[in-house]
Design a protein around this ligand. Structure first.
Ligand code: AMP
Length: 536
C-alpha cells in the first residue's frame, strides 16, 4: 500500500514548545538576577503571554516572517521571551555576541540585515559606537533601562499589546535563529537554525545521557544565550518544565549565592566558569554549591576540574559541539561498565568528550586523505566529521554547501573514536604540530602543562624546524606570585607525554591571546611570534 500513514500532522515548529510549557508547566518559575542586582520572578505561563505580546508588537512595527531581529543581551527572562516571541511571529532571532570585536559586530549585523535590536543597558556603549555603522537597524529597544531613562523599554513596548495573538503558521524548515561563529580567520559565518532542527536538537538533549531534564530540574545556565543558542537549554527546559535561574552577571559569588538559595540542581558553562567558582569557594572557604550535575563544554574540561566536581558528588557531563551543530554533538554520561570502574578510570573517561546523542553521526578520516575513514579503535586520530538533522548544511547566504555529497561536515577538530562510541578530541586540524611526519597534539601538551601548580595557562604551537619540519614550543603564563622555570616544565611533562612530544622551548609570557568566546587564539599567537626561531 503506497502513500502516507494515518497519523496526525504536527509541524515541528518551536511554538509547540512554548505552548506546551504554558499548558503543562505554567507555574514553574523563571528567576532573573539583573545587572543592577534586583531580582524578578516570572513563570512559563507569563513567558508565553509576553512572547505573544512581543510577536504582536513586532508585527505592529512592520516586521515580517523571515526578517531578522537581533538581541544583544545576557541571560534573563526578557531575553527568553524574545526567543519565543520572534520565532512565534515567523521571525529569525539573531543572537549577537557583545564580546565580538568592533569590525565583527559591524559585519554580522549588516550581513544579517537585522531590522530591530533588543539590548541590555550594559551594552549601551556598544550601541552608541555602532549605531551609525549598522545600516539596516530601524528600531532599538532596551531590555532594562534605568528608571527615568527616555529609552524605549521592552516591558512598556510589549505592555501596549493585549496578547490576543495566534502564532504565525509556516513550514517546519523555516529559519528561527541565526548564530555567527567567531572564527579567528576571515569574517564570522552565520549558521541559520530551523524550527525543525531546533526541535530535534532540544528533544534529543532531554535524555538522561544528555541534559537529563525533568520537571524537578532547576537549572542555572551560565553559557550565554548569545553563544551557540545557550546549548539549546532554553528550548529543552521549556519542553521539560525546568525552573530556570538566570543571572545577567557572571560573577562567581552571585552564581554560587543563586545556586544555594534557589536550589539549583544543574548548571552548564565553559571550563573558565567552573574555575572561577572554584577560586571563589577557595578564597571564601564556602562549599561548592550542591548540584546533581554539571555540564562542561566549549573547550576541554581539565582533569583537576572533573576530579573536584566528582569528589563533591556532582555528575560531570563533558560535552562537545559547535555553533554549526546547534551545538550539542556528544555528551559524557555513564557507560555500560561505569559501576565497575575505579574513580581514576571514571575521571579518565570523563576527560573525553562523551558519546553522540541520538541523531548525531560521527566519523574520523585520515588527515591527509579525507576519503579514508579511520577505525573506531581508540587509537587512530583523524579529522572529525559529523552529520545529522541539526548539523549545518550551508552557511547563511553562502553560495555553496559546507558539506560533502554524503552530508559530512568537516568540524576542523581532530579526534579519536573509541569502540564504545566515545569521542576523544585531541586538537584542531589547524593547530596540530607535524614533526618528522608524525602528529603532535598541541592540546594534550597544554593540558599536561596546566597540571603544574605554578602554570595558569599554556599554549603550544609548531615552529619551523629544518630537520623535523615543525617542533612544539610551549608558551606559559605563570600563576600570580608563582615561579617555575623552563626546564622544570619540561621535566614535569616528561612522564605525561611521549618523549618526542616534549617542547623544544618553553617561553614565559604575560598573556595568551583569546578569541571573543574565550578560547585560545592560536592564530594570534602564531602571528605574535611569527619571527620566533628555535635556538640552534
Ligand atoms: P563554537 O562554535 O564557538 O562553540 O566552537 C566550537 C569548537 O569548540 C569545537 O569545534 C571545538 O574545537 C571546541 N570545543 C567544544 N567543546 C569542546 C570540548 N568539550 N573539548 C574540547 N574542545 C571543545
Amino acid at each position: 500500500m503506497a502513500g502516507l500513514g494515518a497519523m496526525q500532522d504536527w509541524k515541528m515548529r518551536i511554538t509547540h514548545v512554548i505552548d506546551h510549557a504554558a499548558r503543562e508547566h505554567a507555574t514553574r518559575e523563571i528567576v532573573t538576577h539583573w545587572a543592577d542586582g534586583s531580582e524578578t520572578r516570572t513563570n512559563w505561563g507569563e513567558i508565553h503571554r509576553d512572547a505573544r505580546r512581543m510577536a504582536q508588537a513586532l508585527e505592529a512595527l512592520g516586521i515580517e516572517p523571515g526578517d531578522r531581529v537581533a538581541s544583544m543581551a545576557m541571560n534573563h527572562s526578557r531575553h527568553l521571551v524574545s526567543w519565543f516571541g520572534v520565532a512565534g511571529m515567523g521571525g529569525v532571532l539573531h543572537t549577537v555576541n557583545p564580546r565580538l570585536f568592533e569590525d565583527q559586530l559591524e559585519y554580522i549585523v549588516n550581513h544579517a540585515e537585522d531590522r530591530v535590536l533588543f539590548y541590555d543597558a550594559a551594552f549601551q556603549p556598544i550601541v552608541d559606537l555602532m549605531r551609525d555603522r549598522w545600516s539596516t537597524v530601524e528600531h532599538y529597544i532596551c531590555y532594562d533601562p534605568a528608571p527615568g531613562s527616555d529609552l524605549l523599554a521592552f516591558e512598556d513596548w510589549i505592555g501596549a499589546q493585549d496578547g490576543d495573538y495566534a502564532w504565525v503558521d509556516g513550514e517546519e524548515r523555516d529559519p528561527c535563529m541565526l548564530c555567527y561563529t567567531s572564527g579567528t580567520t576571515g569574517h564570522p559565518k552565520g549558521v541559520l537554525y530551523e524550527h525543525r532542527s531546533t526541535m530535534f536538537h532540544a528533544w534529543s538533549g532531554l535524555q538522561p545521557s544528555a541534559h537529563d531534564f525533568d520537571p524537578s530540574t532547576v537549572m542555572l545556565p551560565v553559557v550565554p544565550m548569545f553563544h551557540a543558542a545557550s546549548w539549546g537549554l532554553p528550548y529543552g527546559g521549556a519542553m521539560a518544565g525546568v525552573k530556570f535561574v538566570f543571572s545577567a552577571v557572571n560573577e562567581p559569588q552571585v552564581l554560587c549565592d543563586l545556586m544555594d538559595r534557589e536550589g539549583v540542581t544543574t548548571s552548564a558553562g565553559v571550563p573558565t566558569v567552573w574555575l572561577a567558582m572554584f577560586q571563589h569557594c577557595d578564597a571564601t572557604g564556602r562549599d561548592l554549591p550542591k548540584l546533581d550535575s554539571a555540564t562542561i563544554g566549549g573547550s576541554a574540561a581539565p582533569q583537576f576540574m572533573i576530579e573536584r566536581l566528582m569528589k563533591a558528588g556532582i555528575k560531570v557531563q563533558h560535552a562537545w559541539g559547535m555553533t554549526e551543530t546547534s551545538p550539542i554533538g556528544t555528551v559524557g554520561s555513564p557507560t555500560a561498565d561505569w559501576a565497575r570502574m575505579s574513580f581514576e578510570e571514571k575521571v579518565a573517561k570523563s576527560r573525553m568528550q562523551g558519546r553522540p546523542i541520538f541523531g548525531i553521526e560521527l566519523r574520523t578520516v585520515d588527515l591527509d586523505d579525507r576519503t579514508k575513514e579511520l577505525p573506531r579503535d581508540g587509537e587512530s586520530s583523524g579529522a572529525l566529521q559529523v552529520r545529522g538533522p541539526w548539523v549545518i548544511k550551508r552557511y547563511f547566504k553562502a553560495e555553496e554547501d559546507a558539506v560533502d555529497a554524503e552530508g559530512w561536515f568537516d568540524t576542523g577538530d581532530v579526534g579519536i573514536l573509541h569502540p564504545d562510541g566515545t569521542l576523544q578530541l585531541t586538537d584542531r586540524t589547524k593547530d596540530v604540530i607535524k614533526s618528522g611526519g608524525e602528529w603532535i597534539s598541541s592540546v594534550e601538551l597544554e593540558n599536561a602543562a596546566c597540571g603544574h601548580p605554578a602554570v595558569a595557562e599554556a599554549a603550544a604551537i609548531g615552529v619551523h624546524h629544518p630537520q623535523w619540519d615543525e617542533r612544539p614550543v610551549l608558551f606559559v603564563v605563570r600563576k600570580e606570585g608563582q615561579d617555575v622555570g623552563a626546564q622544570e616544565v619540561v621535566n614535569f611533562l616528561s612522564d605525561k607525554v611521549a618523549k618526542w612530544w616534549l617542547p623544544d622551548a618553553v617561553e614565559f609570557v604575560d598573556d595568551i591571546p583569546h578569541t571573543a568566546t574565550g578560547k585560545i587564539s592560536k592564530k594570534d599567537l602564531r602571528d605574535r611570534f611569527a619571527d620566533y626561531r628555535l635556538a640552534d
